[in-house]
Ligand binder design. Structure first.
Ligand SMILES: Nc1ncnc2c1ncn2[C@@H]1O[C@H](COP(=O)(O)OP(=O)(O)OP(=O)(O)O)[C@@H](O)[C@H]1O
Ligand SMILES: [Mg+2]
Length: 410
């Protein structure tokens, strides 16, 4: 019952106060109202929508609520009576504290001691919703020009990202850089005010399988912003000028989707092709890339730029200084390997000695440690065993080692 009244009152208050935004509507309520083009104002609570929240018959018994039998819309017949009734229910106070729309109204109401700011902090903004991303994409698809841009990138809503920071073992320096980006995102308004706009551009360097992509994804989930992923090799074209155009389009898309993370993988790709005959076209592409990086920033555009490469030495020197921070993803040292083993084995039954594995896996990346665990689990399953033994793991370590040797012998 309270949940239903919350729904109806939220819609009513949101419609009355135009200063309230979609970010103020609690995520779970917002999700009831997404249409193809987003959430339309005013919010209309139809019986069908209310049914997803509770038993509609119940609230129709309340004297201040009615239903329009033609439009099937639930309406508040007396706003004053409704807000008074709601405030008088003890359990409603907690609901109000978690609902920015209600908190906005009730912060000045009697002596309830409600803070709109506090409620806002507890609610995830709309760009964390997969429905929001869908509606923005639907809008961009209407225009052939922007529809074409969408083909160049992969988009992920933070809701659909499976990894978070509890799944990644990072060292202290990596963690600090991630924290800095988080606070920069939170304090965008302040940074703008003091004129510090050059923040939010990171370059991740390190060998394959060391967690660069995983970290970018986990950051998107943590910040509740969509991830725009692009591999430079995928947008490089043999046609003159096309690569430059594609680069511009990718940055344009990121700006349209703000706030978001623009993750550019294989960042060395353009630089790598420099030695080819198409020198002029490549030079132009590099220049476009530099210019695009200059023209985007977190504070004004709401875009965090993360570029990743396995071959930092190939990068144009001019590229380096455009990033506020180069974050290294080295082959993990002992303590990080221990953590990755612990993470990878956390749900696996068996008798094993992680210390021995850590000592034997010098030079392994996170990806290779995961491979060890996967091999051991599959080997055990082959025996019909869900418990793995230390021997399974040791065999798998040897296997991965011989793989590594193959890699270096060619
Ligand atoms: N530090 C780490 N902690 C936990 N898992 C890790 C770590 N590093 C790598 N992994 C695991 O290894 C796999 C590959 O990682 P990821 O794709 O992030 O590597 P990458 O650095 O982006 O590699 P590439 O340069 O080839 O793109 C993932 O399954 C990831 O979970
Ligand atoms: Mg990667």
């Amino acid at each position: 019952m309270l949940k239903l009244v919350e729904l109806v009152l939220t819609a009513e208050i949101y419609n009355r106060f135009s200063e309230l935004s979609e970010d103020d509507i609690p995520k779970k309520i917002r999700k009831l109202f997404y249409g193809k083009t987003g959430i339309s104002r005013p919010l209309v609570v139809k019986v069908d929508v209310a049914k997803q929240v509770g038993n509609v018959e119940d609230i129709l018994k309340l004297p201040f609520i009615d239903v329009n039998t033609f439009t099937k819309q639930i309406i508040v017949t007396s706003f004053d009576a409704a807000v008074k009734w709601f405030a008088s229910k003890g359990d409603a106070i907690e609901i109000i504290r978690n609902n920015p729309v209600l908190a906005y109204f009730y912060q000045n109401y009697d002596s309830l001691n409600i803070s709109y700011e506090e409620a806002k902090k507890k609610n995830k903004p709309r760009h964390s919703d997969r429905e929001w991303l869908k509606s923005v994409v639907a809008e961009l698809e209407k225009n052939p020009e922007t529809a074409e841009m969408l083909c160049l990138v992969r988009l992920y809503s933070p809701e659909d990202i499976k990894v978070d920071f509890s799944d990644v073992a990072l060292n202290a320096e990596q963690m600090e850089e991630i924290r800095k980006i988080e606070v920069a995102m939170e304090e965008r308004a302040y940074l703008k005010q003091i004129g510090l706009t050059e923040v939010g551009k990171l370059l991740f360097i390190g060998p394959p399988g060391t967690g660069k992509t995983t970290t970018a994804r986990a950051l998107s989930k943590k910040l509740c912003v969509p991830l725009v992923e692009v591999k430079l090799s995928m947008i490089t074209s043999q046609y003159l000028g096309e690569t430059s155009k594609n680069i511009e389009k990718v940055f344009e898309i990121a700006k349209r989707l703000n706030p978001c993370i623009l993750f550019i993988d294989e960042f060395d790709y353009v630089a790598k092709t420099r030695t080819s005959d198409e020198h002029a076209a490549v030079k132009r592409a590099v220049n476009t890339l530099l210019k695009s990086i200059d023209e985007i920033n977190l504070v004004e555009d709401g875009v965090i730029l993360i570029a990743a490469t396995n071959h930092p030495s190939l990068l144009d020197p001019a590229v380096w200084r455009r990033f506020d921070k180069i974050v290294e993803f080295p082959e993990p040292p002992e303590n990080v390997r221990r953590r990755i083993f612990e993470l990878a084995l956390s749900k696996v039954e068996g008798d094993y000695d992680i210390e021995e594995l850590v000592a034997l896996s010098d030079g392994f990346t996170g990806a290779e440690i995961k491979l060890v665990v996967r091999e051991a689990v599959l080997k055990a399953l082959l025996r019909g065993d869900k418990r793995i033994s230390q021997q399974d793991l040791l065999n798998a370590v040897e296997e991965v080692k011989s793989r590594l040797n193959l890699k270096t012998s060619y």
